[in-house]
Every structure is written in C-alpha cells, then in structure tokens.
Design a protein. Structure first.
Length: 73
C-alpha cells in the first residue's frame, strides 16, 4: 500500500500534462505520410464524410485545437 501511495504522490496531473504535450510535439514533428493525404475520388470523399461526421472525430476536436495551438507557438 505504501508503494501505491508513493506512486500517487509522485505522478501529478502537471507531470502528466507535461508528458502529454511533449508527446504531441513529437508527433507534430513527424513527417507527413503520403498515404494519409485525401484524394478526390467518390469513394475517398464518402470515407472522409463518414469520418468527419463520426462521434470519435467530434470527440477529439479539443485535441486538434490543442495541436493547432502548439504549432503556432
């Protein structure tokens, strides 16, 4: 139990946020993958529309906003 309490004390939200921001900056710095670009065929447009209307895409909007802020700074 003492080990658990020490771990909880050592692992703060501030430390977590700092590590998360470092990870985001690392990912932002990675090169773009050519296969991740969107082409203009009907099937890719349908797939993109499905992704953009998905609940997951809407739920991750705050992360994309944070990424844009990091890129600007």
């Amino acid at each position: 139990m003492a080990d658990l309490h020490r771990a909880i004390t050592a692992l703060t939200w501030d430390g977590f946020a700092s590590a998360l921001i470092d990870f985001f900056q690392h990912v932002i710095g990675l090169p773009t993958v050519a296969t991740s670009t969107v082409s203009s065929t009907a099937s890719t447009e349908a797939a993109l529309a499905a992704i953009l209307s998905s609940r997951t895409w809407r739920a991750t909007e705050k992360l994309r906003q944070a990424k844009r802020k990091l890129r600007r700074s």
